[in-house]
Every structure is written in structure tokens, then in C-alpha cells.
Design a protein around this ligand. Structure first.
Ligand SMILES: [Zn+2]
Length: 291
């Protein structure tokens, strides 16, 4: 009986996976489809994530909204945006139990920079995140990285997953930095999206129906611009990781409308690390030699 239980436990463990996996990635391994948070699909369970902050005025208002609805989010911050004015906002995120994660020191397109530049950009950000958590007296164990512009895997000189692993080995002596993707994109960055459009897009991923993506066009002077484009979600995922940006004012109201909808419709909002695909499976600590 015990051996059966043990075998069951082992098979359970074998299924637990994190990305990057503990292996070398080939240059032709691209795409994001394999990184969907499938465990959340069809469960009406979502994890909120916000990229590109902290923003001096919008982010604190978003934190107020999250507090009002008693939900936790993950903030993929750009650490060059840390200043004496914005640092307290990030401290507040940490104190209020949100995850603060790595979106780079600079918002680089990873496909356009060298491996050493890519790793340096991540390392600076990761060390700043450690310093912020240390200042808040919080053990920093939820270590996630999200690629700006979802740009990865298209640099012929190296594979970003291997570079992520190699930096993690240097920092922690283990494969600790988890790759974070998303399942639902509200396209809140598109200039003519309104808070109601954002909410409508999020809701459509739960109920199906009208949502918005974007299209590019050129104005009279030939400048490339973007505008919203309606489409219909016919098979909604009904769960997953939501991508938004806390640097847009309209995202605040759009999020609030969605949280009100969630509260009244049995939709659960969980923290990223509660999703099977984003569990923290390893205890990691910075090598002391870095300090
Ligand atoms: Zn970004």
C-alpha cells in the first residue's frame, strides 16, 4: 500500500513542470501555445497580471481597486522606472501581498539584443527586486520573468530560454526564474480602447461574444498607428492568466468593471502562483557572493 502511495506521489511529481524546463532548448523551439495556463481553463479562474509599471498615479489607484475587491495580482515591473517617487508604490505592492516580478530593467525587444545584454538587463532587474523585498522584510520566492513584447526565441545567436536558465544558475545555482505568459489579452494598450471595451473583452473570454483585438493602419502622413478591431470569441477559455498594463488610466476602470462582474458571477481571481503552471516548486536563494 505504501509503495502504491509512493508511486502515486512520484507520478504526481513527475507531472509538475516549470518553464524553462531543465533542458537545453533548440533554436527552432518558439511560440507560446505550450505555455497556456490550461489548468485554469473552463474553471472560471483567472490570475491578473499588469506589465510596464510602476506608474506614479495609475498604479496606486489600481492597488486601491485590488484592495477593495480583496484580490492579489502580479506586477511585471520595468525596474528603470524605480525612483524615490515610485519605489514606495512597489513597496506597497509587496506589503499588500502582490507578486512583483521581472519585466527587465529596460523594456527591450529580446530578439534584438545580444545574449550578454539580455542577461545583464534581467540581472539588474532581478537584483533590484531582491533589494525591494529585502527592504520590505519579505522572503522573495515567487520568481517570474515576462518578455517585453512577447519577443523571445527569434535571435539566431542564442535561445532566450537557455539564457534565462544560465542567468538563473549564476544567480541561484538552480533553474529558478520562471517564464510567464498569458491566456487572455485585454489589448488595453490600443489607443481607442475604452474601459468598457476592456471589460467587454475580458468578459468575452468567460462568456463568449464580442471582444477587441487590434489592427494597424497608416494615417494621412504615412505614420503607422493602431486601432481596435472587434471580433467574436466563440469558444471562450473561461479561465487563465490575464495580461494588462497599469500604465493606462482606462485599465483601472476596465479592471474594476471586471472585478465587479467576477464577484457577481462566481468568477474566481487567484494569485499567479496558485495556478498549477506557475507553482513555485523550488526553494531558491541568491548566492551570497552577489552582495
Ligand atoms: Zn511590457
Amino acid at each position: 500500500m505504501l509503495s502504491l502511495i509512493f508511486a502515486f506521489m512520484l507520478s504526481g511529481l513527475a507531472q509538475e513542470k516549470q518553464y524553462p524546463e531543465d533542458r537545453s532548448y533548440r533554436s527552432d523551439e518558439r511560440g507560446f501555445f505550450q505555455y497556456a495556463a490550461r489548468s485554469a481553463h473552463n474553471t472560471s479562474t483567472y490570475a491578473l497580471t499588469f506589465d510596464d509599471g510602476p506608474h506614479l498615479t495609475h498604479t496606486p489607484k489600481l492597488l486601491d481597486i485590488l484592495k477593495k475587491y480583496q484580490v492579489k495580482a502580479t506586477f511585471f515591473i520595468i525596474t528603470e522606472r524605480l525612483s524615490p517617487a515610485t519605489r514606495p508604490i512597489v513597496q506597497r505592492m509587496i506589503e499588500e501581498g502582490h507578486i512583483v516580478a521581472n519585466h527587465g530593467e529596460i523594456h527591450h525587444n529580446s530578439n534584438q539584443i545580444s545574449e550578454s545584454e539580455f542577461k545583464r538587463n534581467l540581472e539588474i532587474a532581478q537584483l533590484k527586486l531582491h533589494a525591494l523585498h529585502e527592504a520590505a522584510g519579505v522572503d522573495f520566492q515567487k520568481l517570474y520573468y515576462r518578455f517585453p513584447y512577447a519577443a523571445y526565441g527569434a535571435n539566431s545567436a542564442y535561445h532566450h530560454m537557455n539564457a534565462l536558465q544560465s542567468l538563473s544558475q549564476a544567480l541561484y545555482g538552480d533553474n529558478c526564474l520562471q517564464f510567464a505568459f498569458w491566456d487572455v489579452d485585454s489589448n488595453d494598450w490600443v489607443p481607442d480602447m475604452s474601459p468598457e471595451d476592456i471589460f467587454q473583452s475580458l468578459k468575452a473570454h468567460e462568456l463568449g461574444g464580442r471582444a477587441f483585438t487590434f489592427e494597424s493602419y497608416r494615417n494621412a502622413s504615412g505614420k503607422l498607428l493602431y486601432r481596435k478591431k472587434a471580433y467574436t470569441v466563440t469558444t471562450p477559455p473561461r479561465g487563465g492568466v490575464i495580461l494588462q498594463h497599469d500604465i493606462h488610466e482606462k485599465t483601472l476602470k476596465g479592471t474594476e468593471l471586471f472585478l465587479e462582474f467576477a464577484k457577481n458571477n462566481g468568477v474566481k481571481i487567484v494569485e499567479l502562483s496558485e495556478l498549477e503552471e506557475y507553482r513555485v516548486l523550488r526553494q531558491c536563494s541568491l548566492k551570497s557572493s552577489l552582495f
